[in-house]
Design a protein around this ligand. Structure first.
Ligand SMILES: *Cc1c(COP(=O)(O)O)cnc(C)c1O
Length: 329
C-alpha cells in the first residue's frame, strides 16, 4: 500500500526548510553542517509530533472518533502538539501527564491548557495506569475516544517520518545537494523507524544516527534498540514492503544520556548556547539540545569518520526552554 493512499490530515507547514548552518560549520571547520527545520512545522509552535499526528488524527477521524487521549511527561512536546492538533479539528483532548500539578503552568503545560486540553495528573503513578479508567469514563459519557500512543509512536505515527524522508530527498534533488549523515534525537522510536523506512523507500544510503536521549524514557518493557527495529518492521509491513530490518542496519548512539531525562547538564547547555548565538536557532533542553551536544562531541572527537555533509534534524521542543530558564543562562 503506497504511502500516498493512506489518509493524511495536513496539519504541518511542509516542506520544512532545509538550510545550511554556516557559522556553526566554520566554528568546528570539519564537516558541512545542515539543518532540517521540523521545529517549524507550524501548528501549536511546531515539532516532530505534528508529522505523526497528520496520520494519527486522519485515522481517528476516519474511525469516527470525537476525542483523543494520550500521555507524557509534564513538559511533553507530544502532548502539547496533540492538544493543538485536536483543537484545530474540534476534537476533545485528554492528556495524562506525569507527576503532580505544578503551582504555575509553564512551557508546554501552559500551552496544553491554552489549547483547551483536559489535564489528568498521575501523581505517584506511572503515566500509563490511569488510561483505561479515563477511556472507560469517556465512553460512559458517550464520547468516542482515540488512544494515541506515547510519543505518537506506532506504525501509523511513524508514517509521518516516512513522508518526511521523501520530502528531504525531494529537497536534496532540487538543491542538487547530498547528505551523508543524519543526526537526530531518538526517544519513543517513531521518528527513527519512519526515517529508516523512508530511507529504504527513497534509496537514501547515508547513515541515520539516532542519539538516545534517555534509557528510561520508554515504558514498553522492551529495550530501546529492539523497539526501534520492531517498529521499523511494523511500519514496513503497514506499507506492504517486503523489507525487514535487522539490528545492524539501525544506529542508536547511547553515549549521551547525560544525567537523565530532562536534566540539563553542561554539555546540553553549551550546545543550546552555541546554536542560539551562532545561528539564532533555539534548541530544547530535553531532546535536541542533548542530540546537538552529541553531534558536537562526535565532531570534536572525529567520530564521524567519512562524514562530509551532516544534517541535524531539528525535532522541535523550543517551548520547554521557558520551563528551564534557570538552567540555561
Ligand atoms: C518526541 C521528541 C523527540 C523524539 O522523537 P521520537 O519519535 O519520540 O523518538 C525528539 N525531539 C523532540 C523535541 C521531541 O519532542
Amino acid at each position: 500500500m503506497p504511502l500516498s493512499t493512506i489518509p493524511r490530515l495536513p496539519l504541518a507547514f511542509t516542506p520544512t526548510p532545509l538550510t545550511r548552518l554556516p557559522r556553526l560549520t566554520s566554528l568546528f571547520n570539519k564537516v558541512d553542517l545542515w539543518i532540517k527545520r521540523d521545529d517549524q512545522t507550524g501548528l501549536g509552535l511546531g515539532g516532530n509530533k505534528t508529522r505523526k499526528l497528520e496520520f494519527l488524527l486522519a485515522d481517528a477521524l476516519q474511525k469516527g472518533c470525537d476525542t483523543v487521549i494520550t500521555a507524557g511527561a509534564a513538559q511533553s512536546n507530544h502532548c502539547r502538539q496533540t492538544a493543538a492538533a485536536a483543537a484545530s479539528q474540534g476534537l476533545e483532548c485528554h492528556l495524562v501527564l506525569g507527576g503532580d500539578p505544578p503551582e504555575t503552568l509553564t512551557g508546554n503545560a501552559l500551552l496544553d491548557v491554552l489549547f483547551g486540553a483536559n489535564l489528568h495528573w498521575t501523581g505517584e503513578q506511572r503515566k500509563g495506569e490511569q488510561l483505561p479508567a479515563i477511556i472507560k469514563l469517556l465512553e460512559e459519557k458517550g464520547r468516542k475516544p482515540y488512544m494515541i500512543p506515547y510519543g505518537g509512536s506506532n506504525e501509523i505515527g511513524a508514517l509521518g517520518y516516512v513522508y518526511a524522508m521523501q520530502e528531504l530527498q525531494q529537497q536534496l534533488t532540487e538543491q542538487q545537494q547530498t547528505i551523508d549523515t543524519i543526526i537526530f534525537a531518538s526517544s519513543s522510536a517513531g521518528t527513527h523507524a519512519g526515517l529508516m523506512v523512508g530511507a529504504h523507500l527513497t534509496g537514501f544510503t547515508g547513515n541515520i544516527i539516532g542519539i538516545g536521549i534517555d534509557k528510561t524514557e520508554l515504558s514498553y518493557g522492551s529495550e530501546h534498540a529492539q523497539y526501534i527495529v520492531d517498529l521499523s518492521n511494523k511500519t514496513a509491513e503497514k506499507l506492504k514492503l517486503n523489507k525487514r530490518f535487522s539490528h545492524d542496519e539501525m544506529i542508536l548512539n547511547t553515549d549521551y544520556f547525560g544525567e537523565g531525562y530532562g536534566i540539563v547538564g553542561t554539555v546540553e547547555k553549551e550546545a543550546i548556547g552555541l546554536m542560539a548565538r551562532h545561528e539564532g536557532i533555539v534548541l530544547d533542553p530535553v531532546y535536541t539540545g542533548r542530540a546537538m551536544a552529541g553531534l558536537i562531541d562526535m565532531i570534536r572527537q572525529d567520530k564521524l569518520e567519512d562524514a562530509k555533509n551532516v544534517l541535524f534534524w531539528h525535532t522541535g521542543g523550543a517551548p520547554a526552554v521557558f520551563h528551564y530558564s534557570d538552567k540555561l543562562v
